[in-house]
Each structure stands twice: as structure tokens, then as C-alpha cells.
Design a protein around this ligand. Sequence first.
Ligand code: ATP
Ligand code: MG
Length: 261
Amino acid sequence: MKERMNYKKNMSLNNMDTITGIDQEISIDNKQSTDKVVEIQNLAHFFGRGELKKQILFDINLTLKTGEVVILKGPSGSGKTTLLTLMGGLRSPQEGSLKVLDSELVGARKHRLVEIRRNIGYIFQAHNLLHSLTARQNVQMSLELHNHLSAQEMKAQSITILEAVGLGEHINYYPKNLSGGQKQRVAIARALVSHPKLVLADEPTAALDSKTGRDVVDLMQKLAREQGCTILIVTHDNRILDVADRIVELDDGRITVNIEN
Ligand SMILES: Nc1ncnc2c1ncn2[C@@H]1O[C@H](COP(=O)(O)OP(=O)(O)OP(=O)(O)O)[C@@H](O)[C@H]1O
Ligand SMILES: [Mg+2]
């Protein structure tokens, strides 16, 4: 209902009162396309109910532009993962406005969140590879969500991206036979193979030594530049701050720093 109301609001802003179908409303929204991949206004988030209800995010205002590499830092428990999962459509936002690729997620139905997730690449601290699949099969899995490709095309694209992350010799290896850094590079390949407009990475270097961690973020930055995608990296690692175009800091659920780097 709220979703519809938001579209109604957009429509009236555009003086297009005569259009009614929800699909048409969505396509109008797409036409409003800007260089803002994520636009957050006055976002608040709570966990728990009743007396246990606790506010975790307060009045978040943040924009991620096309092609930006943004680092999100802040103390443990400050709300970084919560914010990242909200942006990724992995959790329903409750209050304020959160637009991802021009789609309002506050009040959005489940199918809309699922649709948005297809346009986002995720990289987590623990690479989350499937152990029964080879490097190539792990990467290819993320292409299978996009059903316009033939099996042969999917295979070829998976191999190309694995070569791009320096794993040309390890395409048919299972995760147990790869090092931590190699596994994280498979996870990067998996996140980027479908050319998403947005990549969300939660502490992608946490399990790596500093040299490997450095290589991994350099690689993410290089691939992001080549593909023109926006990338948000949550990190505690001060040694990688220089890859960022912008640094955002959360403290106790509030943005305290938001600066160009
Ligand atoms: N599912 C949940 N239910 C209740 N509280 C939660 C839940 N997830 C997180 N929290 C609480 O929300 C706050 C923010 O957690 P979050 O995981 O976003 O922090 P973080 O900044 O990512 O921390 P870290 O750097 O340790 O990963 C914490 O106080 C945490 O206890
Ligand atoms: Mg976290």
C-alpha cells in the first residue's frame, strides 16, 4: 500500500495523474533514473518488539553515486551490517526512505526485494562458497538467476571473470583446495560476473592477511572501475581506506562522518 502511495506521489510530482497500472508506475519510476544508485533519507531501524524494541539506526541520510567506491567504517555494533543488509534488500526497511536503483524499498513487497537483489553483488567476510561446487560452478550459480543466457554463455563468462581475478589456473578447483585469498577472489568473481550496478561487501578482507587483503580490495576497485559499478565496503581495516572515493563513518547508529577522500 505504502509502495503504491510512493509511486502515486512520484506520479503527481510528474503530473502524470492519468496512468494507473502498477507496471506502468514502475516503468515511470525507472525513467526518473539519476546517477544515484542508492538514496537514503531519514532512515531509522529498530530491532525487537514491545519493551525490548531498540533503535539501531537513527536518521540516516546517504547517497551512493554511480561508480563510487565508498568505505563504511565505525565501531563494532554501530549498525554497519544492519545498514548494508537494508541497502541490499536482505531485510525490510521500516521508516524513512531507501531507494536502490530508483526503487523505493520502504513498504516494498517481498517480490520487489527479490528483484532488487538480482541487481546487487554481495561479498561477505566468510566467502560463503558452496563446497560441493568448483570455483567455476560457484561463479556460474549467480548467473543462473539471469535466465537470458545459454549454459555455454554462462560457462564462458564465469571462466573469463575467474581469469580476470587471477584464477585462470584454478577454474575447476573445489573451495577446500583454495587458499583464503583465492576463495575470496572466487567470491568477488561471483559478485561481479553478472555486472551488477551495486556491490555490497561486508568486511571482505577480515579473514585475510594484510597483503592478501590489499590485493583483494585493489582487485575489487579495478573491476568496479572497469564495469562502472558502485561499491560499498564495510571495513575495520584502516590500511585500505585509500581505495575509497568517499568515507562514511557510523557511530551508535548515526552517520558522524561523510567525506570525499
Ligand atoms: N537480528 C538482530 N536482532 C536484534 N539485534 C540485532 C540484530 N542484528 C544486530 N543487532 C544489534 O544491532 C546493533 C548493530 O549491529 P550490526 O551487526 O549492524 O553492527 P556492526 O556495526 O556491523 O558491528 P561489527 O563491526 O561488529 O560487525 C548491535 O547492537 C546488535 O546487537
Ligand atoms: Mg558487521
